[in-house]
Design a protein around this ligand. Structure first.
Ligand code: TTP
Ligand code: MG
Length: 391
């Protein structure tokens, strides 16, 4: 396999840094962007906190009431997605001046494949120095950049050198870099996997690499193999360009063309569930729903709907898919194939609505719980209740 040069770029304390830039009186002060704390009684969560606020233990996704308790004298701001999106576009325009091979991860974060495009600046390191300088000059903000032969190491590197850092891990130094690090630095090691690994006396990435593959496979199945590969510096994931990652869809062809509404709705629900789950697995939310309908005569129709806010909830997708289908269907039509697609993604962690209400947070938790049961016990472990009589 050819050796790649991947850069991972992530802006520092993005929303808060933009606010500090635009309100210089906030420089050096703890700034929290997120929901209104209402003197500690506010609902909703922290979007991000300036590094000065992080000293108090405040971080993204923390309840705003807790952030208020930790640091009541912090400056709390609602933030403006419009403003941050504008800056986001600016930084992505800069990225595209360096290479077209870009995988956007969120508003302030991307992977760049520099393998074929660093020569102008002679080295990958110099290329990223130039990139950081452009960002600073044009936006007056700082970014941190990790360079490595594989994606996961580039991401870890940018994280470790924050803020305003640049860290290059060369092929020959990859394992020396990875092995002393704690296991939670690896992609895919959440609190639960960490706990299990720690109980097996596995604390560092090097410990994983030294554990026989069989043991990891027995304990974690496929994920065990994945961990083992990552710990040994192997990450086959390539930089996925924007267009390739644009949509998530599922389709179903009926054994026999059908006009049976029950069967059609059941299939739409099944497809919505699958799309919803794949979106959540990849941490994506889509804004545009497209329902594809192929009739018995092979003519294919698509009907789309754009949600006011991005979603990956099964119910939200299913209800709209059904409505879209009903708007299209005329009696006598026989359906050969159905498809459900969600597209138009952005960063799932940026709340569309900074005052995200409790209901959404609760729904999010329910979906995650369903996913984790399905991951452990299989796709059929839980089925959403399907109403017996439909309209
Ligand atoms: P991050 O890059 O995760 O965080 P950050 O840029 O604020 O800080 P860091 O220096 O550690 O990279 O996220 C980018 C922006 O996305 C962040 O400024 C606000 C938003 N965001 C949320 O709204 N909610 C979240 O839970 C997270 C993680 C981020
Ligand atoms: Mg960031």
């Amino acid at each position: 396999m050819r050796s790649s040069i991947i850069a991972h770029i992530d802006m520092d304390a993005f929303f808060a840094a933009v606010e500090q830039r635009d309100h210089p009186e906030l420089l050096g002060k703890p700034v929290v962007v997120g929901a209104d704390p209402k003197k500690g009684r506010g609902r909703g969560v922290v979007s991000t906190a300036s590094y000065e606020a992080r000293v108090y233990g405040i971080h993204s996704a923390m309840p705003i009431s807790k952030a208020y308790r930790l640091c009541p004298h912090a400056v709390f701001l609602p933030g403006s997605m419009k403003k941050y999106s504008k800056v986001s576009n600016q930084i992505f325009d800069i990225f595209y001046d360096f290479t077209p091979e870009i995988e956007p991860i969120s508003v302030d974060e991307a992977f760049l494949d520099l393998t074929g495009s660093f020569h102008f600046y002679k080295t990958p390191y110099n290329t990223c120095v130039a990139l950081k300088e452009r960002i600073k000059k044009e936006t007056r903000l700082t970014a941190s950049v990790g360079i490595a032969p594989v994606k996961m190491a580039a991401k870890i590197a940018s994280d470790l050198c924050k803020p305003d850092g640049l860290l290059e891990i060369k092929e020959g130094g990859l394992l020396d870099f990875l092995w002393p690090l704690k296991i939670e630095k690896l992609w895919g090691v959440g609190p639960k996997t960490k706990e299990t690994l720690n109980r097996m006396k596995i604390e560092t990435i090097g410990d994983i690499a030294r554990t026989p593959l069989e043991i990891l496979r027995n304990r974690f199945g496929e994920n065990g193999e994945h961990l083992y590969s990552l710990a040994n510096g192997i990450d086959p994931r390539q930089v996925v360009l924007e267009e390739e990652a644009k949509s998530v869809s599922n389709e179903h062809t009926f054994e026999r063309d059908t006009a049976d509404k029950d069967e059609i709705y059941r299939t739409l629900l099944y497809l919505s569930e699958k799309v919803s789950r794949r979106l959540r697995k990849d941490n994506l939310k889509g804004k545009t729903l497209t329902v594809k309908i192929r009739l018995a005569d092979f003519k294919t129709y698509t009907r789309a709907f754009t949600y006011p806010e991005r979603t990956n909830f099964t119910d939200t997708i299913y209800r709209k898919a059904k409505e879209v289908f009903d708007g299209f269907y005329k009696s006598g039509m026989k359906v050969r194939l159905l498809g459900v697609r969600l597209s138009h993604f952005n960063d799932p962690y940026v709340q569309e609505n900074l005052f995200e209400d409790e209901k959404n947070v609760r729904l999010e938790k329910i979906h995650r719980a369903v996913d984790s049961v399905k991951n452990r016990f299989g796709e059929d472990a839980i089925r959403h209740g399907f109403p017996k009589s439909i309209d």
